[in-house]
Design a protein around this ligand. Structure first.
Ligand code: NAD
Ligand code: MG
Length: 398
């Protein structure tokens, strides 16, 4: 029997890499549902190619347009919309695998829904685990789901840990590699444009994660992600800059052995690993040419130029509410940067100020996570507003 798949965020970078791998295995996988936030045309094109039972558009105002476009193409795919529909296609009984590839905390509810329904959950949407780590891990346990990380670093660690008898006890530390992003060697970070920030040296990705890679917040979010996925305290998660992006991450065991996973920088490899696990299936990725790579180099992250990484460590040590605040403030700041409302060099300051205003607490339910996320977004927006329109000196004196 073919395995039914729902892709949350099918029109994105991870969505399209996933569909590329899936299309190589028509006997094994069948797409059940595809979702997108607002790009109706792109979603319909994917439906023409993959013939899913259901297509969901996040923005409900576009449902009629989606339905008409599907009919016009002669498709029987059912058109649905909104948060409830996203959660339902993630939990549908005809689905065995859910690929969580929505960007941002917006992906949290359908990701939780897949976990509660006991699916094989391929997690790319790191913001979901960053802001609701304990709730997501608990939903995976109670729902009987199988959580497999798509993020290349966590996927590498998963590969290195397979067969480790007792993950936490036998391991000294996890070592996440980071490319260092497009500004690794740039000293002046003042006049950076969105297009420069999105021009990643090794990976082609969505714009938000590309900016996160440029600030190193991506690595910060990944430290938090690794902590929840593998049950490690922040002291046992290290980050090393590795500009070639050939080693995707490493695990150091108690006996001093270090295992690394290597490959070309192509997200189809970790996606195929998760889709086929424990088997290995064809991904379409190229062969790693060691002679072309020639050298693998390593350096320490520069926390003065890239304070976001440090902020994420701080948040992880402080409280779950701090992780929510860092993630939410980052989403707001990156959006402001991408729409030319905030300089690149101010992103970290917005996150830090928001974090400083955040009361520490541990949300016990998803509604509390959503409320804390909303509060942090408001705080971050206010910080950005203040930095654009500083109060006149007279007002400050009062
Ligand atoms: P992207 O921007 O290319 O795609 C995002 C997808 O999410 C799109 O299909 C979009 O329609 C959908 N979406 C956006 N906002 C939504 C909302 N509010 N509600 C519902 N759907 C929404 O992003 P991406 O690069 O594919 O990244 C997706 C996730 O995977 C992110 O969390 C990212 O951090 C993670 N990730 C990406 C890569 C990569 O190589 N691109 C690598 C590791 C992890
Ligand atoms: Mg990654």
């Amino acid at each position: 029997m073919k395995l039914g798949i729902t892709i949350l965020g099918a029109t994105g970078s991870i969505g399209s890499s996933s569909l590329d791998v899936i299309s190589r295995h028509p006997q094994r996988f069948q797409v059940f549902a595809l979702t997108a936030q607002s790009r109706v045309d792109a979603l319909v094109e994917l439906c023409v190619r993959f013939r899913p039972e259901v297509a969901v558009i996040g923005d409900s105002a576009l449902e009629t347009q989606l339905r008409a476009a599907l009919r016009a193409r002669g498709l029987t795919t059912q058109a649905r919309s909104g948060a409830q529909a996203l959660a339902e296609v993630a939990a549908d009984e005809r689905v065995q695998i859910v690929i969580a590839a929505i960007v941002g905390a917006a992906g949290l509810l359908p990701t939780l829904s897949a976990a509660r329904a006991g699916k094989r959950l391929l997690l790319a949407n790191k913001e979901a685990i960053v802001c609701a780590g304990s709730l997501l891990m608990e939903a995976v346990r109670s729902g009987g789901a199988q959580l497999l990380p798509v993020d290349s670093e966590h996927n590498a660690i998963h590969q290195c840990l397979v067969g480790a008898a007792d993950r936490a006890r036998d391991v000294r530390r996890l070592i996440l590699t980071a490319s260092g992003g497009p500004f690794r060697t740039r000293t002046d970070l003042s006049a950076i444009t969105p297009d420069e920030a999105c021009a990643h040296p090794n990976w082609v990705m969505g714009r938000k994660i590309s900016v996160d890679s440029a600030t190193l917040m991506n690595k910060g979010l990944e430290v938090i992600e690794a902590s929840w996925l593998f049950g490690f305290a922040p002291e046992r998660i290290d980050v090393v800059i590795h500009p070639q992006s050939v080693i995707h991450s490493m695990v150091e065991f108690g006996d001093g052995s270090v295992l690394a996973q290597l490959g070309t920088p192509d997200m189809r490899t970790p996606i195929a690993y998760c889709l086929g696990f424990p088997e290995r299936v064809e991904s379409g990725s190229g062969t790693l040419d060691f002679l072309k790579v020639a050298a693998l180099t390593f350096e320490a992250p520069d926390l003065t130029r890239f304070p976001c990484l440090q902020l994420a460590y701080q948040a992880l040590s402080a409280s779950p509410a701090a992780s929510i605040a860092v993630n939410a403030a980052n989403e707001v700041a990156v959006e402001a940067f991408l729409s030319h409302r905030l300089p690149f060099s101010r992103i970290a300051a917005v996150i830090e100020e928001t974090l400083n205003q955040t009361p520490m607490c541990r949300p016990a339910a998803v509604d509390e996570v959503i409320a804390l996320d909303a509060q942090a977004r408001q705080r971050a927006a206010a910080v950005i507003g203040r930095s654009l329109h500083p109060a006149p000196a007279g007002l400050l004196a009062n």
